[in-house]
Design a protein around this ligand. Structure first.
Ligand SMILES: Nc1ncnc2c1ncn2[C@@H]1O[C@H](COP(=O)(O)OP(=O)(O)OP(=O)(O)O)[C@@H](O)[C@H]1O
Ligand SMILES: Nc1nc2c(ncn2[C@@H]2O[C@H](COP(=O)(O)O)[C@@H](O)[C@H]2O)c(=O)[nH]1
Length: 199
């Protein structure tokens, strides 16, 4: 696939990936584009079909996966999630840095492809803070919350594996985490700006 090098963001549910990514894309809308995933979960209040996710039935998504339309897919907290080839191509066709927000299974599966992204892990300062953020977000049932906390424990262990991520950012203070994120991406941001200026 052509275009600038994509960036994969991963980390436990509630660590702050969406919060940081929304800030990043808003500040650099000519540089980054979001790969809109498919999911079988229901939209949350304020989420929009086609912007936050493509909300689909399990049957439709499974059929599309079987048809080879996805780069990767995973079952997470009782729902299917996946990155379609079309979602990535739509961003790369605009010569933007394609951002993928995916779970740890997605990271492992992307590593088997030729996408060759930069891998960034967003981690919470502690499990206690993570649980508080997820509870305060008020988006999960108790069952879903417990599944996400369990996945977070596994995720936080796997993230420590050498070579799994290029950059690990602990999202304690939001402004500090955002500053670290921009610093980690500075070279790629400048490359895209330069290419756009000379085209
Ligand atoms: N540094 C921070 N300090 C305090 N609250 C934060 C911080 N970063 C994010 N939050 C809040 O924590 C909650 C979880 O953040 P967010 O939804 O961005 O996480 P996420 O990693 O994208 O989760 P998911 O994987 O479930 O989509 C949100 O309510 C957000 O406003
Ligand atoms: N493997 C994939 N994981 C994905 C994808 N899109 C999102 N996600 C991850 O799912 C969880 C839960 O997300 P939520 O929006 O329900 O809170 C989170 O860790 C996301 O990173 C995907 O296409 N593939």
């Amino acid at each position: 696939m052509a275009g600038p090098r994509p960036v994969v963001f991963s980390g436990p549910s509630g660590a702050g990936k969406s919060t940081l990514l929304k800030k990043l894309i808003k500040e650099h809308e000519n540089v980054f584009g979001f790969s809109v995933s498919h999911t079988t979960r229901n939209p949350r209040p304020g989420e929009e079909n086609g912007r936050d996710y493509h909300y689909v039935t399990r049957e439709a998504m499974q059929a599309a996966i079987n048809n080879g339309e996805f780069i990767e897919s995973a079952e997470f907290s009782g729902n299917l999630y996946g990155t379609s080839k079309a979602a990535v191509q739509a961003v790369q066709a605009k010569n933007l840095i394609c951002i993928l927000d995916i779970d740890m299974q997605g990271v492992k599966n992307i590593k088997k492809t030729d996408l060759s992204p930069m891998y960034i892990s967003i981690q919470p300062p502690s499990m206690e803070v993570l649980e508080k953020r997820l509870r305060d977000r008020n988006t999960e049932s108790e069952e879903s919350l417990q599944k996400r906390l369990h996945a977070a424990n596994v995720d936080m262990e796997l993230s420590k594996e050498p070579g799994m991520f290029d950059v690990v950012i602990v999202n304690d203070n939001l402004e500090d985490a955002y500053k670290n994120l921009k610093q980690a991406l500075l070279e790629e941001i400048n490359k895209v700006k330069k290419a756009k200026a000379s085209s």
